[in-house]
Design a protein. Structure first.
Length: 356
């Protein structure tokens, strides 16, 4: 055993100096790495990212999914809807207000009466007020929803009107003109058939008008109801909008129905004119209750009219009235009051969104 230990000491003295220095392994490894081809070096650099890729992908899915839910789902869990400035019917309103902004008031409508502010001093001038015609309403007022849609069209240019007239003439075989909208009479762009004398021996005015309209491909594409004008010489395809499951007619400020009108004299069709069918944008607007709108227009519903109170009205109907602007027009909801004394048109749009 002593000999073995002695041999081990002698070997240690002989080969001890041949051992590598302390940092030799690290230096050798760096040299080997430096001589490796660059594709392998790149693969080594990307290996940690490859291990993290699944985690990053899962995190990205969570972030994107959370953002989508926040943008499209209300607290109640139902999908949100966009307000329609050129899109779909029934679009909701946002904190910025309805899609078309403040609307022009219908022409000929009863104006709201605002109380005059308190004056300071004897020489102070009273504020100007819009005065509504005095009238009494003794009928039943309709129940209204919180909002109603407003429809908007773009006023066609002269070139667009010429093109529309050419298209209608080609389809109908008739001479057709297209007129611009008329703000004063609350009339949207119209087409007018000229020089018509079509003789049709049919029993009724409605049948005569229908035969003419069908033969010349003039049947309206919008929802309508056929009526005979009070004068008994024209048949009107009265335009309507489908709102909340009900048909709401379009009316002129004086109460006449609006739509394609076919003029009949005996068994002769002597003319026709109607609204040019234009693309419509739609946006929801808040409306006032009928009683509030009536009161703000100068009167309150009463059981009996007061003596000498002016117009006597007993029927109320929600209608759409055309409001024509310079570059666009609107179909706005209003309350049409009628009776033996005449007609009154009361705007229904909330005062915050209706110009004065």
């Amino acid at each position: 055993m002593a000999d073995d230990r002695d041999l081990e000491r002698r070997l240690e003295r002989m080969y001890g100096s041949a051992r590598p220095r302390a940092d030799f392994e690290d230096e050798l490894w760096h040299r080997i790495q430096a001589r490796r081809p660059w594709p392998r070096k790149l693969a080594d650099l990307l290996r940690p990212a490859q291990r993290l890729a699944p985690m990053l992908a899962a995190l990205l899915v969570l972030v994107i999914g959370g953002g989508w839910l926040a943008a499209h789902v209300h607290l109640g869990g139902s999908p949100s809807t966009l307000s329609s400035t050129g899109s779909s019917a029934g679009g909701g309103t946002s904190s910025a207000g309805p899609g078309f902004g403040v609307l022009p008031a219908p022409p000929g409508a009863a104006k709201s009466i605002s109380p005059a502010p308190a004056t300071a001093g004897a020489n102070a001038q009273p504020a100007e007020q819009a005065v509504a015609p005095p009238y009494s309403f003794v009928g039943k007022l309709p129940q209204l929803p919180a909002t109603l849609p407003v429809y908007r069209y773009r006023e066609p240019t002269a070139a667009a009107r010429t093109a529309a007239a050419g298209k209608l003439a080609s389809e109908s075989g008739l001479r057709v003109d297209v007129q611009a909208g008329r703000p004063a009479t609350s009339q949207e762009p119209q087409f007018v058939v000229r020089g018509v004398e079509a003789q049709l021996s049919l029993p009724t005015l409605e049948e005569t008008a229908e035969a003419f309209v069908t033969a010349h491909r003039l049947t309206p594409g919008y929802l309508f109801q056929v009526t005979v004008a009070q004068a008994g010489q024209s048949v009107v395809y009265a335009r309507q909008f489908q709102v909340n499951g009900a048909s709401v007619p379009v009316a002129r400020p004086a109460g006449q129905v609006a739509g394609l009108s076919v003029e009949v004299d005996g068994n002769l069709v002597v003319g026709a004119h109607g609204p040019l069918e234009l693309p419509l944008d739609v946006a929801e607007y808040p409306v006032r209750p009928a009683a509030e709108a009536l009161g703000q227009a100068g009167a309150a519903a009463a059981q009996l009219p007061a003596t000498g109170s002016g117009l006597l009205l007993d029927k109320a109907q929600v209608v759409y009235v055309v409001v024509v602007g310079a570059a666009q027009g609107y179909y706005e909801p209003a309350l049409l009051l009628t009776g033996s004394g005449g007609t009154v048109l009361v705007p229904l749009i909330s005062a915050n969104w209706l110009s004065h």
